[in-house]
Design a protein around this ligand. Sequence first.
Ligand SMILES: Cc1cc2nc3c(=O)[nH]c(=O)nc-3n(C[C@H](O)[C@H](O)[C@H](O)COP(=O)(O)OP(=O)(O)OC[C@H]3O[C@@H](n4cnc5c(N)ncnc54)[C@H](O)[C@@H]3O)c2cc1C
Length: 416
Amino acid sequence: MERYSLLNLLRHARSHHENWQPAWRDPEPKPAYDVVIVGGGGHGLATAYYLAKRHGATNVAVVEKGWLGGGNTGRNTTIVRSNYLREEAAHLYEFALKLWEGLSVELNFNVMFSPRGVLNLGHSLQDMRDIERRVNANRLNGIDGEVLTPAEVQAKAPLINCSPTARYPVLGASWQPRGGVARHDAVAWGYARAADALGVDLLQHTEVVDIRVEGGRAKGVETSRGFIKADKVACVAAGHSSLLAAMAGLRLPIESRPLQALASEPLKPCLDTVVMSNAVHCYISQSDKGDLVIGAGTDAYNGYGQRGSFHVLEHAIQAVCELFPAFSRVRMNRQWGGIVDICPDACPIIGTTPVRGLYFNCGWGTGGFKSTPGSGYVFADTVANDRPHPLAAPFALERFHTGALIDEHGAAGVAH
Ligand SMILES: Cc1cc2nc3c(=O)[nH]c(=O)nc-3n(C[C@H](O)[C@H](O)[C@H](O)COP(=O)(O)OP(=O)(O)OC[C@H]3O[C@@H](n4cnc5c(N)ncnc54)[C@H](O)[C@@H]3O)c2cc1C
């Protein structure tokens, strides 16, 4: 294709960023599609891509009320790992991690996946027991993991305060070498460009205001640009999923809360792993631009304001200074929030619903960026075949009736 050629690349490099071709079309909505995907975040775009690529479904639209990747996809702290405790979750996240490893090649777009390793610190005997249990479970599931001593932690991240007299002394850590970070915008753009090239319509600034259901079956979506008929409606709207479910007369076991993050001024390279600590409640990495990317906790109340409370932010900064005293001199540049959708067992909901032709993929809470490729892959398969993909089956909505919950609060104890 002409737009991916080397000549084109050189022309753009010399053009002072002028005359760039749009990476995807800006089509008018068609009156009807086979599948309408609600939500143009990474998960929705990945779903569209795999529907077109793997299932030959190209009469598909992604309907996004804002801009592509402007929700949690563009607001997260980009940590990617698969070291979850429970078998069901471990297999799903590991499947996603394997897709991450080949994603730039798959999409012909650099998503800047950087497997720089993830440290989960332990600060008490119980923390270390939990870490050992999780690493053992991971290894039994074929997932890489090691238990590190404080000296080994110090060697990987020399700026961490590993003094035994620290308020929360570092007693060790779990280490997943294949974990790391990726560029969040690039993931959305890569999937968007590839889905568009396969014929998917990406409809930005188009809000779904109602879901039409007749005779127990989804018929399409009412949008700010008119009604769009659809054989299947697939909702992937993160923190706004309960609102969409209510439009179809469904109630989801989800709480929507603000989760904040912040980024510092750029620094010379000083932290080349991801560091997470449940006890001190801190997760931090250094971006390729040099800024420290820091995650805070969720607010204690439900809400849709993408800001969050100041005291939560203050707590996050205290935690960073506790672990990395040298960072107390660093200035913060900006702060933002996103609305995360939290399930009671800290696991997602993926699958069919009591309304025929209506599907939901949500509840990823504070940790769904890492699953973006895997989530899109299994959800596309679920929508295409009208039954759960085997990796998605344990995450069906029915688990809240049967009680077969998958408790991952241990692995998601710190927002990430
Ligand atoms: C501060 C923060 C830090 C995080 N850190 C991490 C991390 O380090 N690692 C990790 O794995 N996860 C992390 N997460 C979680 C992660 O960002 C999400 O789980 C993931 O990005 C969800 O992707 P998505 O595509 O489902 O949602 P989104 O990217 O939010 O996309 C949903 C889209 O739906 C659209 N939408 C909503 N309602 C409508 C409507 N009515 N009509 C049309 N469109 C609609 C929204 O505008 C939005 O663009 C973090 C989240 C936050 C907020």
